[in-house]
Design a protein around this ligand. Structure first.
Ligand code: 6R9
Length: 657
């Protein structure tokens, strides 16, 4: 891996492949250097990274590993809120912007580190006054407003773990999470703005509280001035409670292994799991990876477009970013409201330097066309990131060219709710990238591709082979599920993320998507993702989802659902008339099948290509292939309640049948 002079560690990349070297100017100033790929002892490495945080007392043991249970920085005393706030106040950062917030209607708020600290201290006092104690789980059900961050850091300040529930979830999901966490304290809001609509959020909370009697107190943030019903025995206005208290609650000295938060993963099967994260290891992981992967510098303005209700928001809007003392942009609304200029306007207006988003968003930017990013000055951008699902090479290149002006390294970051922080990603400025590959594990992370038996393979399952500080500690109150889900595929020292992966001759990793998205055609393992990527590389295609349809002879065959580019949709599905689109075009269907067969091989040729107006997606933007599977197999539709667009499933069913 390393060359004589230790400089171009990754010059080994095969010639002729599409390889993007980091711009010289980026390389010279990068936080990361090639030596980071030479780490010999992962525990020593993480201990060094942990030392960059502020500890009240140092740990006596870096790692206690009793597989599959890990404790990091054992005996250390720390507070996450202190690391995100107090430690910046003795320097010029005191009056530096911590959060630049923009509401969907265009209202703005800027909170400096000092402002944020004051508000967090006050709300921590409120929590204490209301009787919240160390260890009590506080449920936060807030939209993308600064109070979400304030509430999280206030909980962290007094050692009350938070469980943030994404605001887009409905009452049933909220009630389920409150029940599972046995949480008696809820923080919600009157409403918020989304795509120009006013969402009555308090109503949704009230409906949830009809389904569970756990909640004894509910604090309501006023965001929109909505007229809401307040239950006198239970509900309090945030602003009333805040006006009564002083900014006086110090950060409590907590144990490194005390709970920081629970995050429920929207399980594709069964009930959601409460993923448990603890303070010391998680903070070490997210602080270190923010610095190296996003190349965070003191004068950067960083924007992650995820919601704080997801792990990406927790790690890379709040904890990892604020602990580095950086300035984060936070935006309340839809990226395309009131029109497709909004995202680019935000980047231009605040001079965003680092932009972190998801492939699903990039695909929709792409669908609308390059004229939108191109009509804005995006020269401030110097680094782009991607997270959440595999990014097709075509989409990667579009992002690189039309958003990054061919001048910004792209970090395609693989990780999960369970991993806490980024695990595989390019170190920008150090490693050359290939569109579609997450490159290599980050320093201190050991990953491999293993086959069913646990032997190294070129193509198989992604596996994490050593513990890492941000790892989940367990599934809340369910150690058995923790062991069974994550540590029993091979042995109890090897973590199973349930993602398929390939490794190429240069040691680059290619994530193929969840293993439930892998199909087996005549004994050949094919990633639905690979076929999707091929379809998306056709000029008429905007988005594609592929599932396996049962086939008597081959076992499974690929079945494709395709959304066309706007122009192609108008031209090719219009049937010569201006009325409703007819989602049928035999010629184009054949053309796409041939295209895939040519591109990947006859084995990948889809049996059906169905044109659809939209694809079923979860609220975090992941395509819900399970539903397409049901449609393909002509089975009853499984649960659609976690979908962003539940109505689409039946529509597709009508088109397909
Ligand atoms: C951070 C986050 C985790 C699942 C994961 C994988 C997929 C995430 C990816 C990626 C390919 C990437 N995933 N990042 N697949 N390339 N860069 O998204 O967490 O919501 O828990 O999802 O997302 O399938 O297993 P989470």
């Amino acid at each position: 891996m390393s060359s004589e002079d230790g400089e171009e560690v990754f010059d080994v990349l095969s010639e002729g492949e599409e390889v993007f070297a980091p711009p010289e100017s980026f390389k010279e100033q990068a936080n990361a250097g090639a030596e980071l790929y030479e780490i010999e002892n992962y525990q020593e490495y993480w201990a060094k990274e942990a030392e960059k945080l502020d500890w009240f007392e140092k740990w006596d043991q870096t790692l206690r590993w009793e597989p599959p249970f890990a404790q990091w920085f054992v005996g250390g005393k720390i507070n996450a809120s202190y690391n995100c706030l107090d430690r910046h106040l003795d320097s010029f950062r005191k009056n530096k912007a911590a959060l630049i917030w923009e509401g969907e209607p265009g209202d703005e708020r800027v909170l400096t580190y000092n402002d944020l600290h004051r508000k967090v201290c006050k709300f921590a006092t409120v929590l204490k006054n209301q009787g919240v104690q160390k260890g009590d789980i506080v449920t936060i059900y807030l939209p993308m407003i600064p109070e979400a961050v304030i509430a999280m850091l206030a909980c962290a300040r007094i050692g009350a773990p938070h469980s943030v529930v994404f605001a887009g979830f409905g009452p049933g999901s909220l009630a389920q999470r409150i029940e599972n966490a046995d949480s008696s304290f809820l923080i919600t809001a009157d409403g918020y703005y989304r795509r120009g609509r006013l969402i009555h959020h308090k109503n949704k909370s009230d409906q949830a509280l009809e389904q569970t009697d756990k909640v004894e107190q509910c604090v309501v943030v006023e965001r929109c001035g909505l007229d809401v019903t307040m239950n006198r025995d239970r509900d309090y206005w945030w602003k009333d409670l805040m006006s009564e208290v002083k900014c006086e609650t110090p950060a409590v000295k907590l144990d490194s292994e005390d709970l920081l938060f629970l995050m429920y993963t929207s399980g594709t099967t069964g009930k959601p799991k409460g993923v448990v994260h603890t303070i010391g290891g998680y903070m070490t992981h997210v602080t270190s990876t923010s610095k190296y992967v996003f190349d965070l510098k003191e004068d950067d303005t960083y924007w992650c477009s995820a919601d704080v209700g997801w792990i990406t928001g927790h790690s890379y809007i709040v904890y990892g970013i604020l602990s580095n003392g950086a300035t984060a942009v936070m935006y309340e609304g839809a990226p395309d409201y009131p029109d497709n200029n909004r995202t680019w306007e935000i980047i231009e207006k605040y001079g965003v330097n680092i932009f972190y988003t998801a492939p699903t968003a990039i695909r929709s930017f792409m669908k609308h066309g390059k004229k939108y990013p191109q009509s804005h000055n995006l020269n401030s951008l110097r680094l782009l990131g991607s997270v959440g699902e595999p990014i097709n090479p075509k989409v990667w290149k579009w992002y690189h060219k039309n958003v990054g002006n061919e001048n910004c390294p792209i970090v395609d970051t693989w990780w999960q709710t369970e991993t806490g922080g980024i695990m595989l990603s390019p170190l920008p400025g150090v490693i050359k990238t290939r569109p579609g590959s997450v490159t290599r594990p980050l320093p201190g992370i050991s990953a491999e591709v293993l086959d069913e038996e646990g032997e190294p393979a070129d193509s198989g399952y992604l596996a994490i082979t050593k513990p890492w500080p941000g790892m989940l500690r367990t599934v809340y109150q369910n150690d058995e599920r923790y062991k069974k889900t994550y540590w029993s595929k091979w042995d109890d020292e090897t973590y199973f993320p349930a993602d398929g992966a390939k490794i190429d001759e240069d040691g680059y990793f290619w994530i193929l998507g969840r293993i439930d998205d892998v199909i087996n055609v005549s004994g050949h393992r094919l990633s639905t993702m690979e076929i999707e990527s091929s379809l998306v590389s056709h000029s008429d295609v905007a988005e594609a989802a592929v599932v396996g349809g049962s086939d008597d002879l081959k076992g499974q065959v690929p079945v494709a659902y395709v959304m066309l580019q706007e122009e192609a949709e108008n031209d090719k599905l219009n049937n010569g008339e201006d009325e409703e689109l007819d989602f049928f075009n035999a010629d184009l269907e054949e053309e796409l099948k041939d295209y895939v067969a040519e591109d990947i091989g006859a084995i990948a040729r889809p049996r059906d290509v169905t044109f659809v107006p939209d694809l079923p997606k979860t609220r975090s933007g992941k395509i819900m292939r399970r539903l397409l599977q049901d449609i393909t197999e002509e089975e009853e539709l499984s649960d659609t309640t976690t979908l962003k667009n539940p109505e689409i499933a039946e529509k597709i069913q009508d088109i397909y049948c």
